[in-house]
Design a protein around this ligand. Structure first.
Ligand SMILES: *[C@@H]1O[C@H](CO)[C@@H](O)[C@H](O)[C@H]1NC(C)=O
Ligand SMILES: *[C@@H]1O[C@H](CO)[C@@H](O)[C@H](O)[C@H]1NC(C)=O
Ligand SMILES: *[C@@H]1O[C@H](CO)[C@@H](O)[C@H](O)[C@H]1NC(C)=O
Length: 395
């Protein structure tokens, strides 16, 4: 062997071990392209994403799954925590994950990107493109269509972070948090047209300690909707519009139903939305409740129903017996809410005749209607007002 070859081998060996020890000291990173994903928007990358997930799950040290720039076509997929040993997986996305353009492919599966029983998953950056427009057109034409898939869903999971993710044109809900503890959604950008049906921005239910902050949501249904069994929610610095506002409900469909408790909505702006801050319940018997809610520092610009409690919610006028709603609503505080209503009734408390609302507090509310005075309308609503309250308080 020549002398120079021996030196080459020595150099190679040195760098091999240097690199290996360096890599071993760092957390593993799995690029989906190394598992066969293709950034061309056309090749099905579902299996590659799943392989990257399964590989990250085999280690116990914090791991990153990396999605590089480009468009990755992915079908409905479940990332399960069941056989996952890892409780610190970061999915870092620089590219776009795109749903099949034929809505039938994922439209009956309920969810597109689904996480189930995971702990410590963070999704950072990137765009999720649900390609929902053809499904909405089908739904809006009155034809029989698939229900559609929620773009990103977490079920029965703990310690979740979703940071700086954009969700575009979901078929159904953009994001669902159900049965989870400790989820932090921050810097989200969610968008779909104002006439896209059922495209709620973020739906939370049966979950506790969920924070949504510094986010912008414009969509065709509720920007944020809060279902039964939600507690300790914190929503701060949100801009909503177009959309149906922030909604607690619909609640009270079931006779036995978990309540909603301790929700704070702070520093939210609503622009051209159907509602601002809403609580809605079906007019049906139920043991549910809504209590300890604070809406603070809210700006409303041209919303049809800036402040509304609707306990006679019955959109299709069927399956709503004439009983009052069983949902007990108490301790709801509106503090520093101002702006312009797009309809004359700027405050509407339409509470249950069998379970009147109690402890509604208005403190510094100033809503006008086209430079004229707006109206407040109350039924079965009890509470108090402090400071300036316009329209004149009807409690
Ligand atoms: C509020 O959120 C927006 C993003 O929607 C962000 O640009 C802004 O800095 C946030 N404001 C504060 C005070 O954090
Ligand atoms: C209400 O929820 C917040 C988190 O959103 C939490 O910090 C606070 O302790 C909760 N309050 C009660 C009384 O549980
Ligand atoms: C409301 O008042 C502003 C000026 O204060 C005026 O420019 C605007 O045209 C008025 N709008 C209506 C609907 O009267």
């Amino acid at each position: 062997m020549y002398h120079s070859q021996i030196i080459q081998i020595l150099i190679f060996t040195f760098f091999f071990f240097y690199y290996y020890s360096f890599a071993a000291n760092n957390n593993p990173s799995y690029n989906v392209q190394n598992f066969g994903a293709k950034p061309n928007g056309k090749s099905d990358s579902t299996k590659a994403f799943l392989s990257a997930w399964n590989t990250a799950c085999t280690t116990t040290q914090p791991a990153t799954i990396y999605v590089p720039p480009g468009r990755f076509l992915v079908r409905s997929v479940t990332f399960s925590g069941k056989l996952c040993k890892n409780t610190a997986i970061t999915i870092r996305i620089d590219g776009t994950i795109v749903a099949p353009s034929n809505y039938n492919v994922i439209g009956n599966s309920g969810n597109w990107l689904k996480f189930e029983r995971v702990t410590g998953v963070s999704i950072l950056g990137g765009t999720l493109d649900g390609q929902g427009s053809k499904l909405w057109a089908c739904k809006n034409s009155g034809k029989i269509c698939p229900k559609g898939a929620t773009s990103l869903a977490f079920y029965n999971s703990n310690n979740i972070i979703i940071d700086s993710v954009s969700s575009l044109n979901s078929q159904m809900f953009h994001i669902l948090i159900e049965g989870c503890k400790n989820a932090n959604l921050i810097n989200m950008k969610i968008s779909a047209p104002g006439n896209s049906p059922n495209t709620d921005g973020i739906h939370v239910q049966q979950s506790s300690t969920v924070t949504i902050s510094n986010s912008r949501i414009g969509t065709g249904d509720d920007c944020v909707s809060i279902g039964p069994g939600s507690s300790n929610l914190w929503i701060e610095n949100l801009s909503c519009g177009p959309g149906h506002g922030i909604s607690i409900g619909s609640l009270g469909w079931d006779l036995q139903e978990a309540g909603v408790q301790n929700v704070t909505v702070k520093l939210a702006t609503f622009t051209g939305t159907q509602n601002g801050v809403r609580v809605k319940t079906w007019a049906r018997p139920s043991n549910g409740f809504v209590r300890d809610i604070l809406f603070q520092h809210i700006v409303i610009l041209n919303s049809q129903n800036p402040i509304i409690i609707d306990q006679n919610y019955c959109p299709d006028h069927h399956n709503c017996p004439t009983q009052g709603s069983g949902v007990k609503i108490s301790n709801i505080k509106y503090e520093d809410v101002h702006g312009i209503s797009a309809s004359q009734v700027a405050i509407k408390f339409d509470c249950s005749k069998t379970n009147p609302c109690s402890g509604i507090m208005l403190d510094g509310v100033d809503l006008t209607f086209k430079n004229k005075s707006a109206i407040a309308s109350c039924a079965n609503a009890g509470g108090t007002a402090f400071g300036v309250v316009l329209p004149t308080n009807c409690l």
